[in-house]
Design a protein around this ligand. Sequence first.
Ligand code: KG4
Ligand code: ZN
Length: 365
Amino acid sequence: MTNTLTFLGIESSCDDTAAAIVRHTPGAAPEILSSVVMGQTALHADFGGVVPEIAARAHAERLDICVEQVLAETGIALKSLDGIAVTAGPGLIGGVLSGVMCAKGLSAGSGVPMVGVNHLAGHALTPRLTDQLSFPYLMLLVSGGHCQFLIVHGSDHFTRLGGTIDDAPGEAFDKTAKILGLGQPGGPIVERHAQNGDEKRFRLPRPLLDRPGCDMSFSGLKTAVLRARDSVIAEKGGLTEQDRDDLCAGFQRAVSDVLAEKTRRALVDYLALNPVEPTLAVAGGVAANTQIRAVLETVSLENGTAFTAPPLALCTDNAAMIAWAGMERFRAGDRSDMTLAARPRWPLDQSSPSMLGSGKKGAKA
Ligand code: KG4
Ligand code: ZN
């Protein structure tokens, strides 16, 4: 008997409906046999954020399409799967419920075991799917919905060193773009403008650097961009392209500086564990930012730590990470039954206080 496992993953906690099939044999690299992500950006575009009711309805309509697609692409029959992993939280409750109900139906109909997975564990365990990283490693999750430092000790053992107390960095990029009249999602657009800007022209704050620890705050930074914009408009009657570029550059540098300093502090706590192969892994849409990646890599190397970032399609929300996390938990003995509940909040580190921010993409756990 081999210990090869083939898992279906289902993800619907925010604004991406996703299904994937992952196969793994111990000792070999895991294989993503198929991964489908149906985004909802267009559905929410007019509302300036994700509308939970619209998201939940879209998930309910599209989950079975995604599941059918990955089964068809791989030619694998539902009944021959070893497990069905589903995001059971944290996230927007309607979306999480859609996924959990879908998984329950599939499991009840096929007899395939089900495992409820923490969405954040999916992100945090991704470097084991992509790079077979060994525990413990340090993870920085930076996206539109998440921002936290985690020491990943095991598939169900995390220490949260700190996180945002309000907005996630991606959210701050998106709001900055909105303030400057640029498009959405803001991250890549602000990054493009920043390339031509003077990052020193506007003096923007580096929130919470004066306080010990790894907690972060990004909402004041966005307000500072708003004030700087208004004072330019008051002085000159409008914004030139150069003003926008300079504001983007100043904003991006402030985010980079905060993440760099907080990473230095997180590394001190992590390295105190004397990990054999010290590694910082980053995940989330903001990890696509070239300047932010570069500063994180520099800080890691300065501290004798390797740096890794999974490919972008696996940094952002997807179901391959859920299938993988489910498989890790299944091997550790986890099984869920029909009482599996959808959880809007589900901190990975139960000993750490709950996050305050709820943000445009739901609870920060
Ligand atoms: O991980 P993700 O796809 O979704 C969740 O938030 O769950 O991340 C999307 C976020 C958006 O806020 C987007 O503006 C940001 O990541 N982002 C970036 C870049 N590309 C995407 N932020 C900064 N620089 C980028 N190049
Ligand atoms: Zn996510």
